[in-house]
Ligand binder design. Structure first.
Ligand SMILES: Nc1ncnc2c1ncn2[C@@H]1O[C@H](COP(=O)(O)OP(=O)(O)OP(=O)(O)O)[C@@H](O)[C@H]1O
Length: 627
């Protein structure tokens, strides 16, 4: 019996309390994952010890055979997990087993709806980790000692998972951690040899460390003898050859490295020998984590050097736009004593990064062959991929092949059209890929700029993600075709229009020169130019921006980021076929000026723009309506 001294009681951080509460609701039918989570932690603790022992062999003491042990006691209704890994100090225990370090967790949990709270896949993405023990236990006792501390610096942590825990100092001869789960009455089924063995095979087979369980045998004299026997295959999964690993094993391994509860969408396992020597196992998750857009969120691969675990979240090996990829990199090209700092200077890192980037892109290209799976991927991660062309110029063509868009071809919000499909559908004489950027799908779909394109049967990509304009400013061409924003510059439909049409348009423009001049005078400072257009069929007017001007979407983003921008005046284009154009031609004095202003303001509104003086617009319009 250990004597506990200096007992203190602490409250759990609010996030932990919320998590414990949610877990009970959402994870009931997934209860067995507690074993996977605790074994993962134990394996991580052994990995950390092995890594630290590279510089300090003394940490092993007289026990260098790293292992995990699991035993149960049916009568006492307990399961005990033990590891001889790195262990924890008292401060570590309070910090690690009383809080959730991941930032944004509290906000995310608050934002979850009732149904979402019951969705195990959502709650699973926190990495419920250690706390999952409380799905099956109504009391957990942790006894631990950090490998570099003396035997009198052991710690005992106890909690019933109800808001608080206590910690005390204990004497502990062994380093590492022991976790005793006192099972709830409805979870005693887990205190069973057969059940535990099958769970270990299911979840922990691929862990390189032996997971051992006791087997009681009677010797010749009838005395009970306990043999510890390894219950998993204890070979790191990525070391095995592809043909030996089943899909089920890959999926379980993904859950181990990612702490995700859902299956991955796809994976890519490669062993490379030659100039670079590495094994990589990369996964595409099925669902985006809540902190995908938070700068400080953990990302990156689990890094091993010659099979020794070096660090989690090694972010140097993949570009940001592939930050959702999870997995393992095991290489012989780095030295065992690499640290995060050293990684930044090592030239091998860049080579590995470009190799893994290629692997990642190839994996996505393959995934794209299954349109349904790829759509799931795109809906979750598409806007991250859109960061690609700006970040990774060298791979921009490959990235462009992976992009999916909404388009006038489908007129649906689903982004499912590739550039290759667009190019295939291009009309004879069409040389450009047309696109339109707007704030929302509806604004895009009914933009006046599309009128002529619809009339001529020309497809236009409809871009409504915040990042789209940024994306398009980094994509210059695809398959030899350049991109053209339909709301910027002069309208150029190339050879889709014949010479006669062009000539007729020029003539109309010429004959209306006088009117254009009058409108320009009436609008004075509000526009930089007025011209006649044939872009429009139904609308009387639209505004366009000069070819190289920043679009409205990007302006809004820059302004929101506190970046002041010089004002740009729009170009107003008028539709000579429209009835209101006829009114303008016949208009005089105030009526003429009011109508010119109303047409300009309406064009800005249709564009999703904000009027500088909305009240003036309303006044003018009402004046005209009641005239
Ligand atoms: N068996 C163990 N030995 C040593 N430290 C442990 C052990 N189990 C947990 N810990 C420590 O407690 C921390 C919190 O564990 P928990 O499982 O809650 O989250 P995590 O493993 O960090 O996160 P995630 O599960 O999302 O990866 C771990 O990071 C580790 O530092």
């Amino acid at each position: 019996m250990t004597t506990a001294t200096h007992t203190e009681t602490h409250g759990f951080q609010t996030e932990v309390k919320q998590l414990l509460h949610l877990m009970i609701h959402s994870l009931y039918s997934n209860r067995e994952i507690f074993l996977r989570e605790l074994v993962s932690n134990a394996a991580d603790a052994c990995d950390k010890l092995r890594y630290q022992a590279l510089d300090n062999d003394a940490l092993y003491g007289n026990d260098s055979e790293l292992r995990i042990e699991i035993e149960h006691d049916t009568d006492a209704k307990t399961i005990t997990l033990r590891d001889n890994g790195i262990g924890m100090s008292r401060d570590d225990v309070v910090a690690n087993l009383g809080t959730i370090a991941r930032s944004g967790t509290a906000e995310f949990m608050k934002s979850m709806s009732g149904d979402q709270q019951k969705d195990s896949r959502l709650i699973g993405q926190f990495g419920v980790g250690f706390y999952s023990g409380f799905i099956v236990a109504d009391e957990i006792i942790v006894r631990t000692r950090r490998a570099d501390l003396e035997t009198d610096q052991g710690v005992e942590w106890t909690s019933r998972g109800e808001g608080e825990f206590s910690v005390a100092d204990i004497e502990r001869a062994e380093r590492g951690t022991e976790i005793v789960l006192h099972l709830k009455d409805d979870a005693v089924e887990f205190a069973d040899d057969h059940r535990l063995r099958s769970l270990i095979t299911k979840y922990s087979d691929h862990i390189e460390l032996p997971v051992r369980m006791p087997r009681v045998e009677k010797d010749d004299e009838g005395n009970e003898q306990v043999h510890w026997e390894t219950a998993n295959s204890a070979t790191a999964l990525w070391v095995r050859s592809k043909s030996e690993v089943s899909d089920e094993e890959y999926k379980n391994f993904y859950k181990h490295v990612s702490h995700d509860f859902s299956d991955p969408l796809s994976w890519s396992h490669n062993k490379v020998e030659g100039k670079l020597e590495y094994t990589s196992l990369l996964f595409v998750p099925g669902r985006a984590p809540f902190d995908l857009y938070q700068r400080e969120a953990a990302r990156g691969l689990k890094l091993y050097v010659q099979r020794v675990f070096i660090m989690d979240d090694a972010e140097q090996f993949l570009p940001l736009y592939l930050r959702f990829i999870k997995g393992v990199l095991d290489t012989n090209d780095l030295s065992l004593n690499v640290s995060r700092e050293l990684l930044q200077q090592d030239p091998q890192v860049d080579k590995l990064k470009s190799a893994l980037t290629k692997r990642g892109l190839d994996m996505l290209k393959k995934l794209a062959k299954d349109p349904e799976q790829y759509q799931t991927f795109w809906n979750q991660f598409g806007s991250v991929i859109k960061e690609g062309p700006a970040e990774d110029f060298a791979n921009r063509e490959k990235i462009a092949e992976l992009l999916r868009f909404s388009s006038t071809h489908t007129d649906s919000t689903t982004q499912d059209q590739s550039l290759a499909q667009y190019v295939e559908r291009m009309k004879e004489g069409q040389s450009k890929i047309y696109y339109l950027v707007a704030d929302s799908f509806n604004a895009a779909k009914s933009s006046p700029h599309l009128e002529i394109f619809r009339k001529k049967g020309l497809e236009v990509l409809l871009l409504t993600d915040r990042i789209d304009e940024w994306l398009m400013s980094h994509l210059t061409e695809f398959d030899g075709k350049s991109f053209a924003d339909v709301a910027k510059g002069d309208l150029d439909l190339g050879d889709v229009e014949n010479e006669e049409e062009k000539k007729a348009q020029e003539e109309t423009a010429k004959s209306k020169e006088e009117l254009v001049k009058r409108v320009k005078e009436a609008l004075a400072e509000s526009v930089q130019e007025v011209r006649i257009t044939h872009r429009l069929t139904d609308s009387p007017a639209c505004v366009v921006l000069p070819e190289h001007e920043m679009g409205y979407q990007m302006r809004k983003m820059m302004e929101a980021a506190g970046q002041p921008l010089p004002e740009v005046k729009p170009i107003l284009e008028l539709n000579p076929e429209h009835a209101l154009f006829g009114r303008l031609e016949g208009g005089e004095g105030d009526y003429f000026a009011d109508l010119a202003h109303v047409l300009l303001d309406q064009a800005i509104i249709a564009e999703g723009g904000a009027l500088e003086d909305p009240a003036a617009y309303v006044r003018r319009l009402n004046g005209m309506l009641s005239a």
